[in-house]
Design a binder for this molecule. Structure first.
Ligand code: NAD
Length: 487
């Protein structure tokens, strides 16, 4: 039992955490099993790391910091370029590991690996362009400069829905900036993260620069947040845990970057291109079985296009294939666990009880504790749970609206502010609506907003800071004012 079938490089499947230059068991000796969400079988175990292990990893990162920081930007970039190339050389194996622990279909898993690699490449390049500036001084005998320096030892805490991309989106800019890192991946999907750390080692990332601690989230999190050595926490996950980490980080006043939950509106106006809108809705709603923070949670459709849109989207929903992610042709894999399928079922039942109707559904004959049936709902209203909470599953609720202002009001009526999407061919409306949407990201006539060159992040309770793009490396840099007098 256990293991992952079909790996060309079985050495990438590692049941250990890495601290300093060592692959380690937990100091307490315990392990945590990792399940395949499609079958419930145990794939393997990882060390049940605790506060002592987190402390050892922080110490290793602190010891490695000085030498890593003193490397030239070009040397760090060359190592990151090698890491990028190794990730791409192992797409199939990394994809297999991901599907085994996370469930997403093979094509999507491989897509995520390639996406994860783009951050390594981008930040390898960005690291060479870090630059401060000088400003005219108040007197002739003085110079005033703003220098950019790495923040120091950073911690990265990541979720299960993007087990590879969330690692590289944090670690690549940190390493490029000259920081060292302790990663704590989700206990549900640690093997993708561990494999990436092994490839980083092979690429030449020195011992202690990139550490990974698996195990008990609350214990490790408490240590990472309490530590005075850790200068920054980058977290992606739920708003609940983000708020907790913020509270725990207050006594040491850490820098924080948080990518938290969303409740994305997806608005289709009467003048939208129907083909584009349907394709965008499928991509935004059903990627990763609906388990994405930027996923269309509320589909708002104007009355004049409503019936045509529902008919077309319904046909696309019926064409989805729910299956084990390893099966050829699978488009919707299992959800991450039974709690996830129960939440989705709860949202569906609540919506149906409050008057929504099923307009279309995909074929489904699966274990309902592991898989959820993709469903298109019409007649969704703002009093339903799926209007106010992230569903994180393959339910597409359509809300009908009449006026632009009404759609904007519904869209913005959420404490979250991560992604938003709208479809229109009207130029005036395009700018007006883009400005009116209270979100960190707006997609016009597209269902995708995540890519390495663009700033990704939220406002309101969706988070702090940005990842990716030029902004992504700034999160790992401090600005030091250097005043030089007496010239
Ligand atoms: P989660 O908050 O339960 O867990 C995220 C990480 O935090 C995991 O590594 C977990 O082990 C860890 N964690 C849990 N309790 C902790 C504690 N007390 N101290 C320290 N760490 C702790 O979230 P999840 O269920 O893994 O991920 C889903 C959530 O993530 C959704 O809300 C989704 O919207 C959000 N998300 C946001 C983005 C974004 O970029 N904004 C991207 C992906 C996911």
């Amino acid at each position: 039992m256990g293991g992952i079938a079909g790996l060309t490089r079985p050495d990438l499947f590692i049941e250990r955490m890495r601290i300093g230059g060592e692959w380690m068991a937990a100091s307490g000796g315990g392990t945590v099993p990792v399940e395949d969400p499609a079958t419930g079988e145990t794939i393997g175990t990882v060390p049940a790391g605790d506060a002592a292990d987190a402390r050892a990893a922080i110490d290793a990162a602190a010891a490695a910091y000085g030498p890593w920081r003193r490397r030239t930007a070009g040397e760090r970039a060359a190592i990151l370029e090698r890491w990028h190339d190794l990730i791409l050389a192992n797409v199939a194996d990394l994809g297999r590991i991901m599907t085994a622990e996370q469930g997403k279909p093979t094509a999507e898993a491989e897509g995520e690996i390639r996406y994860a690699a783009t951050f390594v490449k981008w930040f390898a390049e960005e690291g060479r362009r870090i630059g401060g500036y000088d400003v005219p001084a108040p007197t002739a005998d003085r110079r005033v400069l703003a220098l950019k320096e790495p923040v120091g030892v950073c911690a990265a805490i990541t979720p299960w829905n993007f087990p590879a991309a969330m690692i590289t989106r944090k670690c690549a800019p940190a390493l490029a900036a000259g920081c060292t890192v302790v990663v704590k991946p989700s206990e549900l999907t640690p093997f993708s993260a561990i494999a990436l750390v092994e490839l980083a080692r092979q690429a030449g990332v020195p011992d202690g620069v990139l550490n990974i601690v698996t195990g008990l989230p609350a214990d490790i999190g408490a240590e990472l947040t309490a530590s005075e050595t850790v200068r920054k926490i980058s977290f992606t996950g739920s708003t609940r845990v983000g708020a907790l980490l913020m509270e725990q980080s207050a006594p040491t006043l850490k820098r924080l970057s948080f990518e938290l939950g969303g409740n994305a509106p997806f608005i289709v106006f009467d003048d939208a291109d129907l083909d584009m809108a349907v394709a965008g809705a499928m991509m935004s709603k059903f990627r990763n079985a609906g388990q994405t923070c930027v996923c269309a949670n509320r589909i708002l459709v104007q009355a004049g296009i409503h019936d045509r849109f529902v008919e077309r989207l319904g046909a696309a929903v019926r064409a989805l294939t729910v299956a084990d992610g390893r099966r050829a042709g699978a488009t919707i894999g299992p959800l991450i666990n039974a709690a996830a399928t129960a939440k989705v079922a709860g949202h569906l039942a609540d919506a149906l009880a409050k008057g929504a109707s099923v307009a279309a559904a995909a074929d489904f004959a699966h274990d309902e504790t592991r898989f959820s049936r993709p469903v298109l709902l019409t007649g969704a209203t703002t009093d339903m749970r799926l209007a106010t909470e992230e569903t994180f599953g393959p339910i597409a609720p359509v809300f009908r609206f009449e006026e632009e202002a009404e759609a904007i009001a519904i869209a913005n009526a959420t404490p979250f502010g991560l992604a938003s999407y709208f479809y229109t061919d009207n130029l005036h409306r395009a700018w007006r609506v883009a400005e009116a949407l209270d979100f960190g990201m707006v997609g016009l006539n597209t269902g995708t907003v995540a890519m390495e060159m663009a700033p990704f992040g939220g406002i309101k309770q969706s988070g702090l800071g940005r990842e990716g793009g030029r902004a992504g490396i700034e999160e790992y840099l401090e600005t030091k004012a250097f005043h030089w007098g007496g010239l």
